[in-house]
Design a protein around this ligand. Sequence first.
Ligand code: IMP
Ligand code: MG
Length: 184
Amino acid sequence: MGTENKYIKEIKYTEEQIQERIKFVANQINEEFKNSKEIIVVSILKGGLNFTFDLIKHLNVDLSIDFIKSKSYALSRKFTSPMIIFNPSVPLEGKDILLVDDFIDSGETLMKVRSYLAEHKPKSISAAAVVKKPSSSKNIHNMKVFACWNEEPGGFLMGYGLDYDEKYRNLPYIAIISYNNEDS
Ligand code: IMP
Ligand code: MG
């Protein structure tokens, strides 16, 4: 694992740590849905893709996968309100939905996606994320969230789904971005 990327200030969560925590969170989800007939995993694109891919390998409940696109940042700047694109491949009515995202920052995206999906009348909507900021809890109401880390990461993040101006989502670890790279 190298730190040759000039935008990396610090590796916050290593690949090994992420994979370890995913197994732990997957066990919690398996327990939560052990009596569920089928869950619909809805991956929040694009950031949720890496986590979704690794998480589902450890889930042992019957599931189907769908994708919802929500964009809230462009060039590291936040939009006033996230845009949503969704074409469900199976009916969501009466189903247990598990939303999967990379990072819950303010919780705004999650709440917006939830109210959008609630119109499909699912039985339940819960969420899983790699990192959830504790401060997001004030915006997240009546929703169970399974998080690998529930903490303030201390900087803008990239890697493992999280982008820096659309790049570095493919890194297997999560790093804090350094903005002191003018000379490189
Ligand atoms: P929220 O709506 O404030 O919870 O943020 C929603 C989404 O914005 C996250 O799921 C990420 O995809 C993106 N985002 C928030 N903070 C960061 C960051 O530090 N780096 C990259 N993407 C971020
Ligand atoms: Mg995201």
